[in-house]
Design a protein around this ligand. Structure first.
Ligand code: BJ8
Length: 426
């Protein structure tokens, strides 16, 4: 079916037929998974609208912004600081993808046993179905896990505007110094791209916008501690996923409205699930749109997800950048101080993550943890065993799940999750 956005998508070089198929599948999945939920907060209507226009109106906004000289920067990791992009009035979008696409083509360039997140990111490019990738003036890949690091060599060959950011693997003084050097190099690249020299005032403004959006989402996530839980885990995850696409100021305002509604629901004791429903904290790999498989399976058993210890979740938004520095250097140091705290499993050692899982488990009054890994994700799979051991020592029930983006294992997952939910039932 033709849409009013076809000319824009065609101009971006999308394969219109493949793209229409993708949107068709996504549209029905969204309807089945999200719109069928009961007693959803009113504030979710905004997110439904954003999702219905995620490849339409939002891309039109990006194109309009580009037409007046603003730059669009895409990235594949929460280590890429929005602050520099916002400082030059640019737009930062996340490019990670959560669905299999063009897998045959991808597997001619990457080994089959590469994690689904990396394969999907490349598949969306090779299949010509992602308007975000095509709208970007600059695409940033970061040296995190080996899969991304080596995969990005291939991305670099096929994306002329690809930029690699190096990252430390150890949180030492030398590691921090490397991060600062890389952020300075990135700032210069953003300046070069935009033709704007960043001043302290401009960077402070970028910091404030990014802090506000993180603070709004943290407020929303905190409201999920209430019992009965005022929002489903699926809707909670969706609010966290939209973080990566939406205009940051509009997003913060909409999330604050939703959070206020959830706080109000909590006061009234109104929730989306029974107060006795098993409460689950998810921890592990990020879930990019439209990776809703596991949360959907979990909540279809009657359990509720109360939080995500993930980069699409608390790990990605925890901690503010201090905006009170006077000089540009003070502010850059403050940015480094925030980002170096991200407890991604690519760091060694990565003990903070365990502490955060325990903290979230207690704060959100969870009954158990589901540790979620994408198959072939070495850093999180390796860490999962230690996380499980340590949590179990403290009497915290854990279920470890390794999966990918296919739907083949849905029934098997359901059986395992049901058994876990029974085990932790109140
Ligand atoms: S800071 S979690 S966003 S790297 S799932 S591609 S780790 S093999 S996504 Fe991540 Fe940045 Fe870390 Fe966060 Fe590799 Fe694992 Fe695949 Fe992963």
């Amino acid at each position: 079916m033709d849409t009013k956005y076809d000319p824009m998508w065609a101009a971006l070089g999308l394969d219109l037929e493949a793209h229409a198929q993708l949107l068709g599948v996504l549209g029905s999945a969204y309807e089945q998974i999200f719109l069928s939920q009961r007693n959803r907060p009113e504030g979710m209507k905004y997110f439904d609208f954003v999702m219905s226009e995620v490849h339409g109106l939002r891309i039109q906004e990006l194109m309009d912004a580009k037409a007046v000289g603003r730059k669009v920067v895409g990235s594949y990791c929460t280590f890429v600081p929005d602050e520099f992009v916002l400082a030059v009035n640019g737009i930062h979008v996340g490019l990670c993808a959560g669905a299999e696409f063009a897998t045959d083509k991808v597997e001619t360039l990457l080994p089959r046993n590469t994690c689904a997140l990396i394969k999907s990111a490349l598949g969306f490019k090779l299949g010509k179905v992602c308007p975000y990738i095509e709208a970007c003036d600059l695409i940033v890949g970061e040296n995190t896990c080996d899969g991304k690091k080596k995969g990005f060599e291939t991305f670099n060959e096929i994306m002329p505007n690809f930029y690699v950011m190096d990252l430390p693997q150890v949180k030492s003084e030398a590691g921090k110094a490397l991060l600062k050097l890389e952020y300075l190099r990135f700032m210069e690249r953003v300046e070069e791209l935009s033709g704007v020299r960043i001043t302290a005032d401009m960077l402070r403004q970028g910091i404030e916008i990014a802090n506000n959006k993180r603070a709004a989402l943290s407020r929303l996530n905190a409201a999920r501690a209430a019992s009965p839980v005022p929002i489903s885990g699926l809707d909670g995850l969706l609010s966290n996923q939209v973080f990566f696409y939406d205009d940051p100021v509009r997003y913060a305002a909409s999330v604050n409205l939703l959070a206020a509604e959830l706080e109000e629901r909590a006061k009234r004791g109104s929730g989306v699930a029974d107060a006795n429903a098993p409460r689950i904290l998810i921890s592990g790999c990020p879930m990019a749109v439209p990776n809703w498989k596991l949360p959907w399976v979990i909540e279809s058993t009657g359990a509720v997800i109360v939080g995500e210890e993930s980069c699409v979740g608390a790990r990605g938004i925890r901690n503010e950048v201090k905006a009170d520095g006077v000089t540009l250097d003070d502010l850059i140091n403050a940015i480094v101080d925030r980002y170096i705290q991200i407890d991604c499993a690519i760091f060694t050692p990565n003990t903070d993550r365990l502490r955060h899982i325990e903290e979230m488990y207690a704060d959100l009054k969870a009954d158990g943890v589901i540790h979620y890994c994408l198959q072939f994700c070495q850093p999180y799979q390796m860490e999962a065993m230690a996380v499980e051991r340590e949590l179990q020592k403290k009497g915290i029930p854990v279920l470890r799940i390794d999966t990918d983006y296919s739907t083949e294992d849905v029934e098997q997952l359901r059986t395992r999750v049901e058994a876990f939910a029974e085990q932790i039932a109140r």
